[in-house]
Design a protein around this ligand. Structure first.
Ligand SMILES: [Zn+2]
Length: 89
């Protein structure tokens, strides 16, 4: 855990994580938004994957995605990365 400020847990992100109410207890969220949470989930999944051509392509996509996330000016200008594709159909 880092410091007293609730900065988003994704590396390179300087947005603040919001407080979320769990029951009646306000807890600080780990990430500033769904995009960062999904990004970290994807990165962990890739780190756990055996190196392959497909995984290398995924890393390239992830790095491009990281640039988009680092360049945005609002935490929610990029929405959930995973949910949309899951529920689109
Ligand atoms: Zn973030």
């Amino acid at each position: 855990m880092s410091g007293t400020e609730n900065v988003c847990a994704r590396e390179g992100c300087s947005f603040h994580a919001e407080l979320v109410m769990i029951g009646e207890t306000p807890l600080s969220a780990v990430y500033c938004g769904d995009a960062c949470a999904d990004f970290s989930w994807l990165r962990r999944a890739l780190e756990a994957s055996e190196p392959s051509t497909a995984v290398a392509e995924c890393w390239q996509n992830l790095n491009a995605l990281e640039r988009i996330l680092n360049a945005r000016s609002e935490p929610f200008s990029v929405g959930p990365l995973i949910g949309e594709s899951l529920y689109a159909g």
